[in-house]
Design a protein around this ligand. Structure first.
Ligand code: IPE
Ligand code: IPE
Ligand code: MG
Length: 237
């Protein structure tokens, strides 16, 4: 059974999950954290090497202040509360996205969790927080321009070389991209890394997503014919 090396998830539908139950949206976000815990454990058991989840986009600042504040608080609290479990489950946590704009308290909790889990060898969990794909590409271009100023020859740059300018230079290409909640769009997530990702859309809201749903997405991935522009499987002639 081929397990995709890098799975990315757009965890969407928290608000609608709550609204349909007559609950405030924040209850949906809280339930979303529980779903993330289940799915992270399942991904670790299945031997996925890298899981990247979209927790807060650079566009999510447009939401009402009270919801944004709640999401900031929830993120910080979750990092601190889950740090020990993540460490014990051998998960290596990285937070990707713009650090500018995040509070000192959040930056502190990010450093704590990243530091605590840095030497773990199991699942790599990238949490995209204050993340935007276009901004990541802009930040990449800025780093490259700085290197050109220092003598890098632009004619020598190859596509593979560019990975090292991403927020996490070690992430493999996204192989499977899952979006819950019924929408069929990328919403500025991992634009560069998803060039040849297989997309899997599911109507279920994120808080209802289970380990078995992850397994089903992987099964669907396994029967896709990935051609990479060639004519046969795996891009052959
Ligand atoms: C995804 O759920 C979580 C975040 C964007 C933070 P939403 O909050 O977008 O839920 P819906 O799409 O409104 O249901
Ligand atoms: C994408 O969901 C961002 C996250 C899941 C964090 P949104 O709910 O923000 O996306 P749009 O606005 O429906 O495209
Ligand atoms: Mg949404």
């Amino acid at each position: 059974m081929v397990i995709p090396a890098h799975i990315a998830i757009i965890m969407d539908g928290n608000g609608r999950w709550a609204e349909e139950k007559g609950l405030p949206r924040r209850e949906g976000h809280k339930a979303g954290v529980k779903a993330l815990k289940r799915v992270t454990e399942k991904a670790g058991e299945l031997g996925v090497s890298c899981l990247t989840v979209y927790a807060f986009s650079t566009e999510n600042w447009k939401r009402p202040g009270a919801e944004v504040n709640f999401l900031m608080k929830l993120f910080k609290q979750t990092l601190l509360e889950q740090a020990r479990d993540l460490f014990e489950n051998n998960v290596r946590v990285k937070v990707i996205g713009r650090r500018e704009g995040l509070s000192k308290g959040i930056l502190q909790s990010i450093s704590e969790v990243e530091g605590l889990t840095a030497d773990n060898q199991g699942l790599e969990l990238n949490i995209a927080f204050n993340y935007g794909g276009r901004l990541e590409i802009l930040d990449m271009i800025r780093k490259i321009i700085t290197e050109i100023d220092r003598g890098l020859n632009p004619d020598q740059l190859k596509v593979e070389d560019l990975n090292k300018y991403l927020y996490n230079p070690s992430y493999p290409e996204v192989e499977l991209l899952i979006r819950t909640g019924g929408e069929k769009r990328l919403s500025n997530f991992l634009l560069w890394q998803s060039a040849y990702a297989e997309f899997y859309f599911i109507d279920k809201y994120w808080p209802d997503f289970t380990g078995d749903d992850l397994l089903e997405a992987i099964r669907v991935f396994q029967i896709r014919d990935r051609k990479f522009g060639g004519l046969n499987k795996a891009g052959g002639k």
